[in-house]
Design a protein around this ligand. Structure first.
Ligand code: ADP
Ligand code: MG
Length: 367
């Protein structure tokens, strides 16, 4: 067995200034990012943002126009895919329909000249890892969608790659199974410890699974941070809008002071310039205020224009004094619902200063 097809330790990944164009389209535009050893990193972005292209660069199926790629301290940009020691899982499973489960899972081992009892043992081990022990003799068409995806995963990990790449592996599954598999995949990653790069366009999936999230738009890296930081402190309006729900309220900034409608605001971040800023309001961070203004809370007055019961939460729209319509979300326990004002009523909305986050207005709101 050659040294680069090893069953070795997880490796960190260093992506340096990678650009890939197709004609005039920049599928990747000067992307640099590092994935730590054993990290679960998610590439998150809308359709066409360059996620698959970046994954294909990592796998070796796409050669970028320029840039560098290191696995550990080894430059691999010219290394062919089969010598990169990378496991891959695709959206549509890409299983061989005419082979049974064991033959599918054993395929990468056969390529690596593993045979006989060792092959059988490692195939069964991989199947047990994905909770399909004893399924080896089944035909692919006898499996459910979730089971097919587990087989694809077993095939990707059977040779114990140092790096695991997954491109929207759960998007063909229904919501309940998808949410179950998100947690299962994360546990599997923690158990196996491989450096994992996971692609999704689903922001909730990214928040659920990742150590860090790289948000990509038009082939450019928008932000790279842990889920909580991405959600609470988005770097720009694109990230703030793409992840979670938010309303943007224009505020004025001068001399480091922030105000809305003539009233000074307490903020979590200090704007560094006098540029254009929006205040990001997450619907679930707004609370109803009655009576005196609570300490450390900014209060916004408005009128309720819409109220919708959505089961686990209610959604309210309120018009602020400058005409901005903000969304408010709250829990639907009986006690909480009793305090919700009706359509047409005046409402005071409180936002804690720690949730009062300003976003530079970079004019890149998604359509
Ligand atoms: P995502 O996976 O985020 O949906 P892709 O990486 O597939 O995005 O595509 C990024 C951009 O590159 C898109 O504009 C897409 O049309 C273009 N693109 C990707 N692959 C090719 C290709 N083989 N030929 C031409 N254009 C491509
Ligand atoms: Mg894609």
């Amino acid at each position: 067995m050659s040294d680069n097809l090893g069953r070795g330790e997880a490796l960190p990944i260093f992506i340096g200034n990678v650009t890939k164009t197709y004609g005039k389209v920049f599928a990747l535009d000067d992307v640099s990012l590092d994935v730590k050893q054993g990290e679960f990193m998610t590439l998150l972005g809308p359709s066409g943002s360059g996620k698959t292209t970046l994954l294909m660069v990592l796998a070796g199926f796409t050669r970028p126009d320029h840039g560098s790629l290191k696995f550990g301290d080894r430059e691999v940009i010219r290394t062919p895919p089969h010598k990169r020691d990378v496991g891959m899982v695709f959206q549509n499973y890409a299983l061989f329909p005419h082979m049974n489960v064991a033959a599918n899972v054993g395929f990468p081992l056969k390529l690596r000249n593993v045979s006989g009892p060792e092959l059988a043992e490692r195939v069964e081990g991989a199947l047990e890892t994905v909770q399909l022990g004893g399924y080896g003799e089944r035909g692919i068409d006898q499996l459910s969608g979730g089971q097919k995806q587990r087989v694809a995963l077993a095939r990707a990990i059977v040779f114990e790659p140092r790096i695991l790449l997954m491109d929207e592996p759960l998007s063909a599954l229904d919501k309940k199974l998808r949410e179950h598999m998100q947690i299962e995949l994360r546990h599997l990653h923690d158990k196996l410890g491989m450096t994992t790069v996971y692609v999704t366009h689903d922001q909730r999936e990214a928040l659920t699974m990742s150590d860090r999230i790289a948000v990509i738009n038009h082939g450019k890296l928008m932000q790279l941070d842990e889920p909580r930081t991405i959600y609470d402190f988005p770097a720009n309006t694109f990230v703030a809008d793409f992840i979670g729900e938010s309303t943007f309220v224009p505020v004025s900034v001068s001399g480091g002071k922030v105000s809305y409608d003539g009233t000074a605001l307490q903020t979590a971040t200090t704007p560094d310039g006098a540029g254009k800023y929006n205040l990001m309001m997450r619907p679930e961070r707004l609370a109803f205020v009655s009576g005196k203004k609570p300490k450390d809370v900014n209060v916004f007055k408005g009128t309720v224009s819409e109220l919708v019961f959505q089961g686990e939460s209610f959604l309210m729209y309120a018009d602020l004094s400058d005409g901005t319509q903000v969304a408010v979300r709250g829990a639907t326990q009986k006690d909480a619902m009793a305090n919700v004002p009706e359509v047409g009523a005046a409402v005071s909305l409180g936002l804690h200063k720690d949730d009062t986050v300003l976003i530079p207005d970079t004019g890149d709101l998604p359509a």
